[in-house]
Design a protein around this ligand. Structure first.
Ligand SMILES: Cc1cc2nc3c(=O)[nH]c(=O)nc-3n(C[C@H](O)[C@H](O)[C@H](O)COP(=O)(O)OP(=O)(O)OC[C@H]3O[C@@H](n4cnc5c(N)ncnc54)[C@H](O)[C@@H]3O)c2cc1C
Length: 464
């Protein structure tokens, strides 16, 4: 059935009533009122018309591409028919369409290319809008966006790759990036010994002069392996270091980057995640040798931002319809747990927050100053923030309390933003349930007295 055609409702056996219209041919930006308001409020109003275009585009055909790309997941092609090693992944055309549209809309580049202030805000809004249609393609798009700050630590490498990574074109074939005119970037840190503790990496890099190295070892998770460039961690005499490793060598040959297997994943099935082996693969050093973790964290910090803005949803309110594949909800559910693992697990992120506060106390002051912008506006928020301040001041059992503290920091910030900017019904429900504790542990346990009608009205998409 083409989008827009109307199915017949009358059947000889029964009439189809009380079923919602399909959520398609919908502007995914315009129907997301909190996002529309936030774009203006957070200083990227200039991107409003653009966000409307992106919302209209992604609410139409890409919804179908997302289904097709998941129904026809990527396939590994290790060899060609004559037995030559090729190490390629074959994707359904729908995947390439998603990648091309995301690139055209600059989801991978906007903050680094725009001259306007608020580029990150604008991109976050476009990204959040587009990934409602499908999330799998976002992995290489995010990594390409996030690679830029890390690459800039090595100006010669950045000068060569940044223009290609920032290009609005897309060519999914494995070939010389210069000839394609565009490139995508991935990263390979995690090894079998553990992803959280990358210092245990065993991949070694042997210097061959002039900032060039040959890398030997394995990587246990390497997503989007058809990217043109990878930031890779490997051990050198100076310690763990970061490298830029292209899939195609400067002479046009293939680098020794071998795909062993694709992961059979719970979700994120339109995207490929590979186990790879590096057999003397050519790479160039990026950043200070021995400071590989610090260098690649420039990238990881930005990929984590996208984990935060990635989608999450409640299924129960859709009833049984939400449980069938055609609703798109199963895909979101399979995708959802991934954001608490793949850019550093929840524990590791929480410990990183404690580390940042200990090393640079002004970051906490800045955070609390932002929360305090709502001081006096809601007694429940004030009480919650006072408790949080007291908890932060205690030094006992900090690591054991890390997740609770970070959760409370997030709740206080959410409360402050909602009290200042959201309609009263939304802020009131949040403060009552999340901050004052008037809720249960299960879905749907808001206290009586919440203005649910106003909240539902605000979030109901209005279809043409
Ligand atoms: C679909 C998918 C795609 C991925 N793509 C990539 C990719 O492209 N490139 C890449 O490099 N990696 C990739 N990863 C790997 C990802 O970064 C790791 O899975 C992640 O860092 C966790 O590492 P691990 O799996 O080895 O788990 P572990 O490090 O073994 O962690 C297991 C558990 O132990 C806990 N833990 C570990 N250390 C500590 C500690 N010090 N304190 C408290 N708790 C701790 C963790 O919180 C977690 O709950 C991908 C993962 C997935 C699932």
């Amino acid at each position: 059935m083409a989008i827009g055609s109307r199915p017949s409702t009358g059947r000889p056996t029964h009439a189809v009533t009380n079923q919602p219209p399909p959520l398609e041919d919908v502007n995914l930006f315009a129907t997301h009122l909190p996002l529309v308001e936030a774009l203006e409020r957070e200083g990227a109003g200039w991107a409003g018309a653009r966000a409307l275009d992106v919302g209209a585009a992604w609410g139409a055909e890409p919804l179908r591409w997302g289904f097709a790309a998941n129904e026809h997941p990527p396939r590994l092609r290790t060899h060609d028919r004559y037995g030559h090693r090729i190490d390629e992944v074959e994707f359904h055309p729908a995947w390439h369409r998603l990648m091309a549209l995301a690139s055209e809309h600059e989801l991978h580049s906007l903050p680094w290319t725009t001259i306007e202030a608020g580029g990150h805000v604008a991109r976050a809004a476009l990204y959040l809008t587009a990934t409602q249609a499908e999330a799998g393609f976002a992995c290489p798009i995010t990594m390409t966006f996030a690679a830029v700050p890390a690459l800039r630590t090595e100006p010669a490498v950045a000068a060569e790759w940044e223009p290609l990574l920032m290009a609005r074109g897309y060519d999914g074939a494995l070939g010389p990036a210069g000839a394609k005119g565009s490139a995508k970037c991935g990263m390979a840190m995690t090894e079998k010994q553990g992803g959280s503790d990358v210092r245990a990496n065993t991949t070694v890099a042997r210097a061959v002069g002039d900032g060039e190295y040959l890398l030997t070892g394995h990587k246990w998770f390497c997503s989007a392996p058809m990217c043109d460039l990878f930031l890779v961690l490997a051990q050198t005499a100076a310690g763990l270091s970061c490298f830029a490793l292209p899939r195609i060598l400067p002479d046009g040959g293939r680098n020794a980057f071998h795909l062993q297997r694709l992961k059979d994943k719970l979700g994120n099935r339109s995207n490929a995640s590979a186990e790879i082996e590096l057999d003397g693969a050519w790479a160039r050093s990026v950043g200070e040798p021995g400071r590989g973790v610090a260098t690649i964290l420039e990238m990881v910090g930005h990929t984590r931002l996208d984990c935060v803005i990635g989608s999450a949803a409640g299924l129960e309110c859709l009833g049984g319809n939400g449980y069938v594949e055609e609703s798109g909800m199963p895909r979101l559910y399979r995708e959802a747990p991934l954001n608490s693992v793949w850019e550093g697990s929840g524990n590791v992120n929480a410990l990183d927050v404690l580390r940042a506060i200990a090393r640079q106390p002004p970051v906490l002051d800045a955070f609390l100053t932002e929360i305090d912008l709502a001081a006096g506006a809601d007694a429940r928020l004030d009480a919650f923030t006072a408790r949080l301040r007291a908890d932060l001041a205690r030094s006992d059992g900090l690591e054991a309390r890390a997740r609770r503290l970070v959760e409370d920091l997030a709740l206080a910030l959410q409360g402050s933003l909602l009290v200042r900017h959201a309609p009263p019904a939304v802020a009131d429900a949040f403060c009552a349930s999340r901050l004052a504790g008037d809720c249960g542990y299960a879905f749907g346990t808001l206290p009586a007295g919440v203005d649910t009608a106003a909240i539902v009205a605000r979030h109901t998409p209005h279809l043409a």
